[in-house]
Design a protein around this ligand. Structure first.
Ligand code: SAH
Length: 400
């Protein structure tokens, strides 16, 4: 018997539809439930609905584990959920070409609050919530057993933990400490990843498919010199794919982080294309204006900015940010050039993003076509019952 959560009348619909979140406003009574407890959720009439974990300090008061009353949340259950997620990746990832990928994508893999990423022989984990923090020891042991990595490293240094009443937590959970740079493979390309200090768990794994698509679509195949501006380049991944597609690409990597650019240079060297690279440290909003004022132009521009919108209150400012950089990019493109533009803000829908890009093209006085729509890589699945898990969208636009 788990502690009992009773919903307000009429608040059972999303739970019945297998949405994994219950907001605090939907709860009528939490009786004897304590924070981090596994709880049973009942509708106002007393019918059992689902099982999850509870945190009164979070607006997302319950995150659901299961809609099957026979499933206890114990070691065997966690083992089953992890094994399913691992098997799903093993079924399609070409392990000879790719050894860096997401093994568990939190709610989308029915493991709310848990991120598990593989980087060659190491595993990097994030425990984003109090309820999953409670299972840390068990989950670490199970990953060690199922994946047999050299080490498991925790990168729970994320702001969302504050909303759960948790501080940050970083360090070795199992095995050896990862080196400062782990060499990994993605689609046959080699990358050095700093899992201890890099962004997220070290690398933007969600862009793996898009890097390939973009190299295919930008026309880099043609053996003519081609100017690429890779804005928000981080460690240079998009540039490396592009240079491999056409050795005559000159790739300007622009980022605010000197550490990221140092690694970008090393990564380009590792893939034999350092000579194609230029590395510019600076603020994208300023640099794009400077390029405009200097009259520079490019055959392709990639815009992969960080998340601009974290809450509804930031939506308008975020949209202005997207419009600004995209307008400048449209102005910098040669006729026939390609704009590859992303938003990873979940609160900006694909439709809304497309409208912003349309507005940017109009204001730049350019006509453009969408030649591809991009999303997050398949190791970052979108749970159908949880539309919030869709966050990354991209448009490949050709200027006419
Ligand atoms: N395209 C990258 C991921 C980009 S992540 C890849 O494929 O790996 C976003 C990047 O934007 C980070 O590297 C961050 O350092 C950089 N950044 C954030 N704000 C910036 C700004 N105002 N100007 C330039 N770069 C910025």
């Amino acid at each position: 018997m788990y502690p009992k959560i009773t919903l307000k009348r009429g608040k059972d619909k999303p739970v019945l539809a297998h949405h994994p979140w219950i907001f605090s406003g939907a709860i009528a009574r939490a009786d004897d439930a304590h924070d981090s407890d596994t709880v049973d959720v009942f509708d106002a009439g007393g019918a059992w609905l689902a099982r999850g974990y509870y945190n009164s300090r979070s607006q997302i008061a319950v995150r659901l584990w299961t809609w099957n009353r026979d499933e206890a949340v114990d070691r065997a259950f966690l083992r089953g959920r992890l094994a399913r997620a691992f098997a799903e990746r093993n079924a399609w990832i070409d392990r000879d070409a790719t050894d860096a990928y997401r093994l568990v994508n939190a709610e989308s893999d029915l493991m709310p609050g848990l991120v598990v990423d593989r980087y060659a022989d190491f595993v990097v984990v994030q425990f984003l919530t109090l309820g999953i923090e409670k299972e840390k020891k068990e989950i670490t042991e199970l990953i060690a057993e199922l994946v047999k990595p050299q080490g498991i490293y925790e990168r729970s240094d994320v702001d969302v933990r504050e909303k759960e009443g948790l501080g940050s937590s970083v360090g070795v959970l199992y095995g050896g400490e990862p080196p400062d740079r782990i060499e990994v493979c993605e689609n046959g390309f080699r990358f050095l990843v700093d899992v201890k200090r890099g962004h997220k768990t070290g690398f933007y794994l969600d862009q793996s498919e898009n890097r390939r698509r973009v190299a295919d679509l930008t026309g880099f195949q043609k053996p003519v010199r081609s100017e690429l501006l890779n804005v928000f380049s981080y460690t240079g991944a998009f540039s490396i794919y592009a240079c491999a597609a056409n050795p005559n690409v000159h790739a300007v990597n622009l980022d605010a982080s000197a550490d990221a650019l140092n690694l970008a240079r090393e990564n380009m060297r590792l893939n034999g294309c350092e000579a194609n690279g230029e590395f510019v440290e600076g603020d994208a909003f300023h640099a794009l204006r400077r390029y405009r004022d200097e009259g520079r132009s490019f055959d392709a521009i990639i815009l992969d900015p960080p998340k601009f919108v974290y809450s509804q209150s930031q939506l308008q400012a975020g949209l202005r940010g997207y419009k600004d950089i995209n307008l400048l990019a449209f102005k910098l493109l040669k006729p026939g050039g390609t704009l590859v533009t992303f938003s990873c803000s979940g609160l900006v829908s694909a439709d809304l993003f497309q409208k912003v890009i349309f507005g940017a093209a109009q204001d730049a006085g350019r006509d453009a076509q969408i030649i591809a729509k991009l999303s997050q890589a398949p190791d970052h699945p979108i749970l159908l019952s949880f539309p919030e898990s869709e966050y990354l969208k991209g448009l490949v636009c050709r200027v006419m």
